[in-house]
Design a protein around this ligand. Structure first.
Ligand code: GLV
Ligand code: MN
Ligand code: MN
Length: 396
């Protein structure tokens, strides 16, 4: 099932994926999702915020159990971050139907509760800067006016892009009706570290998501000639930018957190000119919110900085977490419980009060947000079995 997806949004030169929200690649992925839902006779709905839901059973009668993830990617991302969770969701549903003696495509009786597969829109925030946009809008964690005004690299607002995609920008925002159908949410995800490889286990469970955020720094100077402008006469914004990058690394080491500058825009961008403006994005995360906040405050001192997103710490519901670990352990030793520095829609839902949890599938090298990201087929299959077991347990 992953195979057809490997052709969508792939950069042949690097092997990485570029799947910005609402791009042609994303539209193709959404088509794929609709096709998988149709093949199984599931009811497909797109909510007001562009999230796709495929239901087996009717969640308006009784809140359902939902699983899934996202199909967009970071730029030059891997094949598994997001798609593994969506593909595994459909595969787990197939397995549950098989266990119930249903033929492929046969609707049959609904399990004890409606079962839904979800594809959240724009999880990575690669295009508009704010991650988990679909789940944030759904739960009211971001104001619609703010979301609609965000711009991409071409200066197009989310409002423009939604309208062009045939959606209704004016209707986005908190969606209580859709939320009411979600009795519980379980997201399966490729692990983005080496925790499971170290434990020698194929499947684990998330304990907590570190608090994390993104900040934009604007360094302004004066564009000028690279050959004729004396050093003493320059106002070069590249210098404070470079100092900030080095300071971020030093402060992160000192405070025991992580800090990354992975996106920079230099204007006008001439090799033979002093730049006039440098915009840089800082991503900072850590186990303790105070340490992350203190790092950002330290770096922001004297600079023009705006917070683009902030996600407080998420501790997944301990009872659900332990239940997932027990069931995913398959009757043996419970699956390992691991914290993560990566953000997920499951965290946004948990923060909004939805009982939520996550399963991780082993990533041998731990590399993620890169074409190197990988999971072995056998581990992916173990993930599907664990997810099916967990869904069956939650549907009881
Ligand atoms: C999403 O993958 C994030 O952690 O930024
Ligand atoms: Mn990701
Ligand atoms: Mn992801």
């Amino acid at each position: 099932m992953l195979e057809p997806l490997t052709q969508i949004g792939r950069d042949a030169a690097t092997g990485g994926y570029v799947r910005d929200a609402w791009s042609p690649a994303d539209m193709e992925l959404r088509e794929w999702f609709a096709g998988e839902a149709a093949r199984r006779g599931l009811d497909l709905r797109e909510d007001r915020n562009g999230n796709l839901w495929a239901w087996w059973g009717d969640p308006s009668r009784r809140p359902g159990v939902v699983t899934g993830s996202h199909l967009d990617s970071v730029r030059q991302g891997g094949a598994y971050d997001g798609p593994l969770g969506v593909v595994s969701a459909f595969a787990a549903l197939d397995l549950l139907r098989e266990r119930a003696g249903l033929r492929p495509g046969e609707r049959g009786g609904v399990p004890g509760r409606p079962l839904g597969v979800v594809c959240f829109t724009d999880e990575e925030g690669a295009r508009f800067g704010v991650p988990c946009m679909g789940s944030r809008l759904l739960t009211g964690a971001i104001r619609p006016e703010r979301a609609l005004a965000l711009t991409d690299d071409d200066g197009d607002t989310l409002a423009d892009v939604l309208a062009r995609a045939g959606r209704r920008p004016e209707s986005i925002g908190r969606d209580d009706e859709t939320l009411a159908g979600v009795g519980a949410f379980v997201e399966l995800h490729v692990e983005q570290g080496r925790g499971l490889a170290d434990h020698g286990r194929p499947v684990g469970v998330a304990a907590a998501i570190w608090p994390h955020g993104r900040w934009r720094f604007d360094f302004r100077g004066r564009a000028d000639h690279a050959g004729t402008t004396r050093l003493a006469d320059r106002d070069d914004p590249m210098l404070p930018f470079a100092r900030m990058v080095l300071a971020a690394r030093a402060a992160a080491e000192r405070r025991g957190v992580v800090a990354t500058v992975g996106k920079v825009r230099v204007s006008p961008g001439n090799a033979n000119a002093v730049p006039g403006h440098v915009a840089a994005w800082l991503d900072a995360r850590g186990a303790a919110e105070d340490d992350v906040r203190a790092l950002v405050a330290e770096l922001a001192e004297g600079h023009e900085v705006s917070e683009e997103s902030w996600t407080p710490v998420v501790g997944f519901d301990p009872a659900l977490r332990d239940r997932l670990a027990r069931v995913a352990g398959g009757g043996g030793t419970p699956a390992p419980v691991l914290p993560t520095g990566a953000g997920h829609d499951a965290g946004i839902l948990a923060a909004a009060g939805v009982p939520a949890g996550m399963l991780f599938v082993r990533n041998p090298t731990g590399v993620s947000h890169s074409p190197e990201e990988h999971a072995e087929q056998a581990d992916c299959e173990a993930g599907v079995v664990a997810l099916a077991d967990v869904l069956e347990d939650l549907c009881r």
